[in-house]
Design a protein around this ligand. Sequence first.
Ligand SMILES: Cc1cc2nc3c(=O)[nH]c(=O)nc-3n(C[C@H](O)[C@H](O)[C@H](O)COP(=O)(O)OP(=O)(O)OC[C@H]3O[C@@H](n4cnc5c(N)ncnc54)[C@H](O)[C@@H]3O)c2cc1C
Ligand SMILES: NC(=O)c1ccc[n+]([C@@H]2O[C@H](COP(=O)([O-])OP(=O)(O)OC[C@H]3O[C@@H](n4cnc5c(N)ncnc54)[C@H](O)[C@@H]3O)[C@@H](O)[C@H]2O)c1
Length: 518
Amino acid sequence: MTNDTEQETAADETFDVIVIGGGPVGENVADRAGRTGLSVALVEAELVGGECSYWACIPSKTLLRPGAVRAEARGVPGADVADGLDVPAILARRDTMVADWDDAGQVSWVEGAGITLVRGLGRIVGPRLVEVVPEDADADPDGLPRARRLAARHAVVVATGSVPVLPDVPGLADVNPWTSREATSVEEVPESIAIVGGGVVAAEMAFAFTDLGSRVTVLSRGGMLGRTEPWAGEAVTASLRDLGVDVRLGVTTESVEPLPDGGARLTLAAARSRGDDAPDLSPVSAARVLVATGRVPRTHDLGVDAVGLAPGRALTVDDTMLVQGLAEDAGTGWLYAAGDVTGRVATTHQGKYQGRVVGDVVAARFGDAGTEGAPTAGEEPPAVGAAPEPWSRFAATADAVASPQVVFTRPEVAAVGHTEASARDAGIDVRVVRYDLANVAGASVRAADYAGSAQLVVDAAREVVVGATFVGPDAAEMLHAATVAVVGEVPLRRLWHAVPSYPTVSEVWLRFLEEYGL
Ligand SMILES: Cc1cc2nc3c(=O)[nH]c(=O)nc-3n(C[C@H](O)[C@H](O)[C@H](O)COP(=O)(O)OP(=O)(O)OC[C@H]3O[C@@H](n4cnc5c(N)ncnc54)[C@H](O)[C@@H]3O)c2cc1C
Ligand SMILES: NC(=O)c1ccc[n+]([C@@H]2O[C@H](COP(=O)([O-])OP(=O)(O)OC[C@H]3O[C@@H](n4cnc5c(N)ncnc54)[C@H](O)[C@@H]3O)[C@@H](O)[C@H]2O)c1
């Protein structure tokens, strides 16, 4: 392995820490890592703020919000609203929310935080050495784009996110399929759209495009929202079908052919996984095809092979977010990762949590412990490779046991921790408590037609909550109480004293405990 001086001599510039990827996760890493006086460079190939800000969370939730508001108003006699949504106004608000795909606001935050922004595609070319190729790079004498070499004195943190997967279906690539990027940045709403996939993107986009006026078909090889409780996916399927969406479960797309009008025709076959008993396999024609068949960690163009890792694979990390499996001569203790690229959890909030963990680990390991106001002051990080103390600031403990997610469908699906099945697989002594949300007083006040359901998964041996799922209008806002209960391992007998206000839908917590037998 090269020594420090050689690394720095090989570089155009040296920083204490280099963060590759300026999405929500990279921004958090850079912010925290800099709090003990370390110099930090943030390398970003496209827009600072990443997928989430411009093509994922923010535009998708903005597109979904008007339909949700209208549906809620319709359930309250006296507040009913007219049919139809103002599509140009929805798209204009989406444009505002993504700042017209201009990252000036985020750049000014980065600069204000004392972080050096380096624009371009970053690639690891050796231990603690990163090459950055700007988009408008001049060519060098060999005709190759002129790259800038950055050395890291202490650490490189990868937060490059993920990229969508395009399944190998004959003809699919010939019809210019959309991914979530094109869907969330839509300018001209297609007359019809066929969505391949049955996960989170497929479900949310099916509602968004129905609201925008498209005729929507969903083609899922299993059920909807396969990673949540089955009854939650069934509620979403039923709601889509009520809205007129053609939801085909248990089908695979065999081939795709372009149509003369620019659209596409999809030929289907029965899938082996769980779905409808006798799915409709008639071909589907649509003006657009949206592929929503999952995402993979973005390491294919990161140069990880230079340090002995396999391109295209997730960067496996320990609970301090230290990357595992580097070649022996690449050294240890310098390469970290957080966010989608780790393949642990693919949500913004959990990635940012990991970013705070790794930022603190780096700040405490390499910075000046005496820096005034540093969050890590007085706290000793674990030795490199040693297991961190669970639930300490240096450990992403919650990833495995208490990761929350909200799917912004109608009804919303909000879940944290174990499902019933995953708890049983984990060998937990499971007891499940389900409750019909329509039976709490707060629900009937909220809407005349309130429909929803909620469930706790309890570890009966310890009498603590290990998982919860809420399905219903505004379920999103009910989730955090459950996250606190799971993280805090609050005994049910103590939760009994957490009295929910009347008349709120959160009163379901009292009903849960009564059903449990308290
Ligand atoms: C349609 C959709 C909707 C979603 N909605 C939600 C939601 O509502 N809530 C939620 O929590 N999550 C949601 N997610 C997931 C969320 O978007 C991701 O979990 C989150 O963006 C991950 O953040 P990240 O920083 O790891 O990666 P990203 O946001 O992907 O950011 C990575 C950044 O790294 C840059 N980059 C990549 N490679 C390099 C390189 N070699 N050099 C320099 N820069 C590089 C990229 O340009 C990008 O800016 C959604 C995802 C999709 C697709
Ligand atoms: N609200 C949120 O938190 C939110 C919203 C959108 C996306 N996300 C995140 O983004 C990530 C990507 O979302 P996604 O919906 O693309 O992935 P996903 O993993 O949730 O769903 C992928 C779907 O595609 C299907 N599929 C996979 N390969 C297929 C193939 N070859 N043919 C047909 N179907 C196939 C799967 O069975 C599954 O139904 C997720 O991990 C999710 O957590 C989060």
